[in-house]
Design a protein around this ligand. Sequence first.
Ligand SMILES: [Zn+2]
Length: 259
Amino acid sequence: MSRRAIITGIAAGSVLPFVSSCTTNPETGRSQFLLMGDAEVASMATAAWSDMKSQTPQTSNSALRNRVLNVWNRTAKGAKRDHEQWDVAVFDTDDVNAFVMPGNRVGVYRGITELTENDDQLSSVLGHEAGHVTGRHAAERMSVQMAASAGMMAGQIAVASSEELSKYGSAIGALGGAAVQFGVVLPYSRNHELEADRLGVDYMHNAGYDVRQSVRLWELMDAQSKGQRPAEFMSTHPDPTRRAEELRQYINARGYAMM
Ligand SMILES: [Zn+2]
């Protein structure tokens, strides 16, 4: 079903049976409101991804590229997603940022690789991005936006919408023009960020990385945010000290480490 058909359908009420049945995500066990499948979201991101790759230079540093690919592959294996096709781009800019686009597209900027002190911290960034994929956050966010734009603001959808939509406003400018234009890498909500953090730590653990380094990464982010040039990652991933603390508690609760 096309996006237009879904919006028209929602407006006309013909998609209501679809809406009333939520999907349970096998990765998280969480019930999700989804109006579209992964394939449709992926196709909506195709143009944005190729624009991004044509407009932003990719690194010619093969050592850096290999480092990112190796950490990505190992982390993706921890997420049991290594059998899938992934397009990983390492952009040659100072931006302290990384993102994932629907359709298994991963963007990592040189700047964030330079912030990390070791591969464990890089795995923490990449595991977090993988968590957005397995958590199906893009489809969930776009479904909520669609429902909201079609005027369906009742019941649980209204709750989800206000939670999801209220987070986007100020952070959108931090992202690339093409991506924003297509609306596929808008910032995620706080709940999505925390879920991606937890999933990322699970994948780090499965992959044999030192999960404690995820806490250290957020401390580095926090320090950077107080400097002259705040990390772009911060604008879409707020509250570093609180997230470090929540990660520490999660790591202890899961028994991955004591810290
Ligand atoms: Zn995130």
